[in-house]
Design a protein around this ligand. Sequence first.
Ligand SMILES: Cc1ncc(C[n+]2csc(CCOP(=O)(O)OP(=O)(O)O)c2C)c(N)n1
Ligand SMILES: [Mg+2]
Length: 565
Amino acid sequence: MRKTGAQILCESLIKEGVEVIFGILGGCVLPIYDTFPQYPQLRHILVRHEQGAAHAADGYARATHKPGVCIATSGPGATNLVTGIACAYMDSAPMVAITGQVARPFIGKDAFQETDITGITIPITKHNYLVTDVAELARTVKEAFHIARTGRPGPVLIDIPRDVQQETAEFVYPDKVDLPGYKVISRGHPAQIKKAAKLINDAEQPVIIAGRGVIISQAYDELRELAEKAQIPVVHTLLGLSSFPGDHILDLGMMGMHGTGYANMAVQNADVIVAIGMRFDDRATANAAAFAPEARIIHIDIDPAEIGKNVPAHVPVVGDTRSVLTALNQEIEKREHTAWLSQIEQWRNEFRSSEIRPGDELLPQYVVQQIYEATQGDALIVTGVGQNQMWAARYFTYVKLDSLISAGGLGPMGFELPAAMGAKVGRPDEVVWCIAGDGGFQMTIQELATITQENIAVKIAVMDNGYLGMVRQWQELFYGRRYVDTKLWNPDFVKIAEAYDIPGLRVRRREEVMPAIMKAMDYPGAFLIDFLVEPEENVYPIVPPGESLTRFLQPDELRVRGRKA
Ligand SMILES: Cc1ncc(C[n+]2csc(CCOP(=O)(O)OP(=O)(O)O)c2C)c(N)n1
Ligand SMILES: [Mg+2]
């Protein structure tokens, strides 16, 4: 049967199992939108800014492990997606972004709202397409979803000229892709796995670094088996949090610039590191040249380009983490590592950096910890970027697997609200808490309208410190306390919520925290709490730029520990 390009697109999306699309319309996607009513099984969520569409698709993708879909018109619609696409790219979230393009005769003519979006997004997509023939559209969609979801996931963009949306072609959806240049290695090389197993079996002070790759391939059981069988402590990158139960005796929490002192001590003193689905980001390793000087590093990653990129690997294993760990676990011997684990316990006692100061001040750490207490960890946490993000990472215990969504690679402020919205659409039965910065919240605050229009019941905790807090912290510590333009005048967030028909509360004191959280959770819809937290609270420990992981500044005393790695 002949169908229009717009119909072919919709039918193809349905074939790919798409249920939700986030977007905004405009001239060059009108034929697509005009077709939506024929396909009621596709839910379109009208956002208020295309950045919101992209972050929402990303949040949906991370929450469901299915590609998130966003759509925008040509020109400004397409360029507004760019931040969200770059974010999904850096954090390996599967996404298909659809953009309208000006009609073919106008391409290259500087037509109204013409932008070379495939040119712009080359470095931030896994692949992109400009569809110049309607007969190619179905195959293109098939390939786009295949590329987005397989191997190391990521965003793929499809740019479709308006006249291609209107032309007709015979619709046949291919059942296979033919991409000779695109190969995914999922099973690790057996010889490499044997080498890795030998290193692990002989190790005295091993550490596992669990990254987002564990979550992407849902290798939770396999990771746990490895850790428990060989008694290896587990540390996490930011995006690897919730890949292993946060209350497990072997769990050391997050490593890195704002990692716990004991996680960083363990990594720096390890003799063998099993790095799983992580890319040795500079926020995780601190000074890479001084990273874990004694360690033999086993690097397991599906993307061969990550091997040796930032930190040399002694035993690289390219493959899907779940499949590699399954094979590896068969070769692993039971070990105890008593001395090593008791050394780590000692560090745990020495570096009590996660304790919350007693007193009256409303500390952001306390707020996060109370959200944990109220939910007992049975919630999906979506963070902004900055101090709020680090507090969410450090003071919520991720006892539930796959329960944190945070933008680690690009780190765009404004991620929190739309990503939480997408996550809640993806996991409607879970409690979704958006931990927002007061700065970041204002970057995508307009999505409150989407939340109300679509009845998306996210709970929003604004960590209202009246500052671009993380930058203020850097000014305080590294720029002689010169707070240039980090202080924020803020609107009344409770009134703002009210204006969007969302109830809200303001909290100033510790004793108000738990009742407010309970009220938010008891309410059936979206709810906002404006937490007026201590304005100049800092995130500790912090490894100053250029330093090695163990040269972190500690809370009260503000002095460098100065331990030799
Ligand atoms: C889009 C964007 N612009 C600038 C930055 C740089 N930046 C990183 S954290 C931060 C402060 C964020 O302030 P807020 O959202 O209030 O969070 P807080 O650190 O106070 O918790 C800034 C400006 C960024 N990450 N993203
Ligand atoms: Mg702030």
